[in-house]
Every structure is written in C-alpha cells, then in structure tokens.
Design a protein around this ligand. Structure first.
Ligand code: ATP
Ligand code: MG
Length: 295
C-alpha cells in the first residue's frame, strides 16, 4: 500500500529528544488533513486496516510489543481516540488499561508498579489511558498526594530535584522496556482552554452527554497553567528516541485521530515485522498434511 499518511507529515508533532518544550508554541489546531467528513472516514478506515495487518504480524512474529501512552487534560478526547484508532484491531492482541486515583494497595508499592502489571505481552499492543506520567503531572500540581505514598526520605515536593528524579526513573524504565522489545509511543492530546470549555458546555447542554460531565473537571481547569508547566517539564525530560512524545493538535478530533493512527502505523512499520519463515522440515510437514487432507 502506498503510504496513505504522506500528507500528514507526522514527524512535525514529535518532540525531539533533549529539546525544551514550550506548549504555547505547539499548535492545538492545524489545517485539516482531510477534505470533508467522508474523506476523514475513508482515510481513517484505510489506516486502521493497516494497523490491523501490522498487529497481525506483530502477533505472529512474537518478538516485540507496542505500548501506547495517552495523556491529556480532561475532555481532550483520549477515550474517543482509543476507540476509533484501535477499532479494527483484533481484541485478542490488544489491551486497554485506565489509570485513575491509586488504590491503597497500589500506594503500598513504588509508583511504577501498577502500570508494570499491565504492560503488554510480547506480540501484543498495550494502551495506557493515563499512565505513570500522572505521577509527574497531577501529583506535581497537587503535591499533597505525596503524603499517601509514604516515601522514605521526606521529599521536598517544591524542589525541582524531586521531580527530576522521578522523570529519571521514568526514562530508565522506558529504556529498559525498549531494550527488551517494547516499542513505546506517547501521545499528549493538546487542546486549548477554549476548546475544553466548549466541550464541557456541550456535556452540560446535551442530555445524552450529561453522564460524561464531572464537576471536578471544571475545578481542575483552574490549575490549567500549572498543568501546562508540568507537561512541559515531563515532555522535555522524557521524549527519547526509543520512547518519543507526540504533541497532537487535538482541537479537531478527526485530525487528531488520523495523526495518531499514522504514528502508530509508522512505529509498527519501523519494527520490520514479518511472518515467521518456516524451515524445510516444517514446510515438508505442511505438504504431507495437505496430502493427508486431500485423500
Ligand atoms: P474520563 O473522565 O473520560 O472517564 P479520566 O481518565 O479523566 O476519564 P476520571 O475517573 O475522570 O478518569 O479521572 C481519573 C483521575 O485520576 C484523574 O483526575 C487523574 O489525574 C487521576 N489520577 C490518575 N493517576 C493518578 C495518580 N497516580 N495519583 C493521583 N491521581 C491520579
Ligand atoms: Mg475525567
């Protein structure tokens, strides 16, 4: 298949390792990569079809796994993105995990424990709807959460060093996973405050969307700038060659989904997947099985 995503130029959304991210300079909206609704659907269907083929090979070759991390402010469209972008993929080869406030059991372990339990097996795709990154995002914005973690050396949450150490743990963790065959891609769905407000209002005004509305999200919105600073620090410190961050303009959901789906396909393609080649003995076995069946 000719690269369906050529017009998307997804490389422009990747955070270069070592660069310093200033989110005010990253777009929340870019010119549409589709011409109309039908075109968006057609493009996504093509790309999702390709994801499905690649996932089949990922499974058959049983050497790598793929971890997709989704992080965003509320109402940025994580859930919809996961639903649409993975819609054609064999459910047996794919697992979605959502991470909310940690339980007491989870708090009794180090901060990478609960996500480790959900890492994808070889041959599979794992999707993290929020992740260990919350530990340098929501926890950084609300450092009082640290008290419940009962850390040994009384961290000074206001000190930069503490968060640098956490991000180092994350970098080391991701490098370790990559060395052992997990390809990692991280998406930050970048919405504007204005777009978030519209989506909240929409949830209030449409009865069928009321269930999605959470009053706490509106309060959390007051910390917008602190969240942006925390995201900037995290993206700057943890976008690496093996585990890059993509800042996806998310004010337009269709655009965002096409971009993410293209990134996922590129990542899978970079693994040079192939169906396992059979040796002579196994080929002979297949031939004799065929003869047997034909009798
Ligand atoms: P949705 O609202 O679409 O259902 P969500 O991911 O926002 O999805 P919620 O249950 O609304 O799910 O919120 C989960 C909350 O848990 C978020 O506010 C998130 O910041 C918080 N959270 C996740 N991980 C941690 C963590 N390690 N420590 C503290 N809070 C966390
Ligand atoms: Mg929520």
């Amino acid at each position: 298949m000719k690269k369906e995503d050529e017009g998307l130029r997804v490389g422009r959304f990747r955070v270069k390792p070592g660069s310093k991210v200033d989110l005010s300079r990253w777009h929340t909206r870019v010119p549409d990569v589709y011409t109309d609704e039908a075109d968006a659907q057609r493009q996504l269907a093509l790309q999702v079809g390709r994801t499905s083929e690649l996932q089949d090979m990922l499974y058959a070759s049983d050497r790598y796994s793929l971890l997709l991390v989704f992080q965003a402010m509320d109402a940025a469209g994580k859930d919809g993105a996961i639903k649409h972008v993975m819609s054609g993929v064999n459910p047996q080869g794919c697992q979605v995990s959502s991470f909310k406030q940690p339980s007491t059991e989870e708090l009794d372990h180090d901060f990478l424990w609960r996500t480790t339990l959900q890492l994808p097996e070889r041959g599979r795709i794992g999707i993290f709807n929020r992740s260990y990154y919350e530990e340098v995002l929501v926890v950084r914005v609300h450092p009082q959460y640290l008290a419940a973690q009962r850390l040994p050396d009384e961290p000074k949450p206001d000190s930069k060093g503490f968060w640098q150490q956490r991000m180092r743990s994350i970098r080391d963790y991701e490098a370790h996973l990559a060395r052992n065959g997990t390809a990692i891609v991280k998406f930050f769905l970048h919405v504007s405050t204005g777009e978030q407000r519209e989506r909240f209002l929409d949830r209030i005004d449409h009865p069928e969307k009321n269930w999605k509305f959470n009053g706490g999200d509106v309060e959390e919105r007051q910390h917008w700038n602190e969240y942006m600073r925390a995201y900037e620090a995290a993206l700057s410190a943890t976008s690496t060659r093996d585990a890059p961050w993509y800042v996806v303009p998310a004010d337009d959901k269709k655009n965002a989904r096409l971009i993410m789906s293209a990134v996922i396909n590129r990542t899978l393609e970079s693994l040079d997947l192939a169906y396992p080649k059979l040796d002579k003995a196994r080929l002979a076995e297949l031939k004799s099985a065929r003869r047997l069946l034909q009798r």
